[in-house]
Each structure stands twice: as structure tokens, then as C-alpha cells.
Design a binder for this molecule. Structure first.
Ligand SMILES: [Zn+2]
Length: 159
């Protein structure tokens, strides 16, 4: 029999826990039953090499933080464009159409960032990355679409 490293009770070298003091010897535990013979020593070594190591979880926390910082910096130009235009007193439906996706940018950040970190915690990295990028894609993408449309329209009027 092997000995419990905690209370020295005699236990099997393969025991997952000590029946006497409840000490646990799981795959990631720092201690294990103390072998009392060469055979037990061998068995313990075999047991430990056979145990699958817990796979490292993929983690995009650094990427998420980087995107978040970028988006927060984006609030400055956003404020200059949307903040000022948003203070005008009466908005037409056209204003809401053109500016709506831009006005909601900070709200999108507030909604998407916690969601992204939640997905990241669940190990759903690609979803987390897409979600954290959503405010940039939606609001920034809309700006590009509008500018492209105006460019095409003004070119058309020149020709
Ligand atoms: Zn014990």
C-alpha cells in the first residue's frame, strides 16, 4: 500500500482521494499517494504519464482588449461627427437613416464588449472576436458606405 501524503493512512497508489482525510490526488493535484515499493513507484509513474494534461484553453483576451482600446479611441472622432450632429434639435427621418448606425456606436460598444468577454470565457474565440469588432464593423462600415455613396453621387453629377 502507498501512504497518504497528508495523514499517512494506507491507500492504493492509484487512489484518486484519501478515504481517511479526503485529500484529493486528481490529475492537476500537486501531491499524490506516496509509493512504498518499487512496483508502486512504477505504477504511479505510469498513471501520471497516462493522465491527459488539461488542454490549455484558447484565449483572446489580449485581442479583445486591443480592439476595445481602438474602439474607445474611435469615440473621439465619433464625438466630433455624431455627437455634434446629434445635438441638433429636430431630426428628419433622413438624419436617422444616415446617422442612426453612427449614433449607436457607443451603445454597441457597451453591449458587445461584455458579450465578447463572455464568449471568450466560454472558449468561443472566433465568436468573441466577431462580436467585439461589431461596433467598428457596423458604425465604421456604415461611414464607408455613406462616403462611397456620396462620392459616386458627386461624380455622377459632375459627369
Ligand atoms: Zn489522508
Amino acid at each position: 500500500m502507498a501512504l497518504c501524503p497528508n495523514c499517512s493512512a494506507a491507500i492504493a497508489v492509484t487512489a484518486g482521494a484519501c478515504a481517511n482525510c479526503k485529500a484529493e490526488f486528481g490529475a492537476n493535484a500537486a501531491w499524490h499517494p506516496l509509493p512504498q515499493s518499487a512496483a508502486e513507484q512504477d505504477e504511479l509513474a505510469r498513471l501520471q504519464s497516462a493522465r491527459p494534461k488539461e488542454p490549455a484553453r484558447p484565449d483572446a483576451q489580449g485581442t479583445l482588449l486591443l480592439v476595445l482600446v481602438m474602439e474607445l479611441f474611435g469615440l473621439l472622432p465619433w464625438y466630433l461627427v455624431a455627437g455634434i450632429s446629434g445635438t441638433a434639435s429636430n431630426h428628419s427621418a433622413k438624419d436617422f437613416f444616415f446617422m442612426g448606425p453612427i449614433w449607436v456606436y457607443p451603445v454597441l460598444i457597451l453591449i458587445c464588449t461584455p458579450l465578447a468577454f463572455q464568449f471568450n470565457a466560454e472558449g468561443r474565440i472566433s465568436t468573441a472576436t466577431k462580436v467585439v469588432l461589431a461596433p467598428l464593423m457596423i458604425s465604421g462600415g456604415w461611414v464607408v458606405v455613406i462616403m462611397a455613396a456620396f462620392l459616386v453621387l458627386s461624380l455622377a453629377s459632375v459627369v
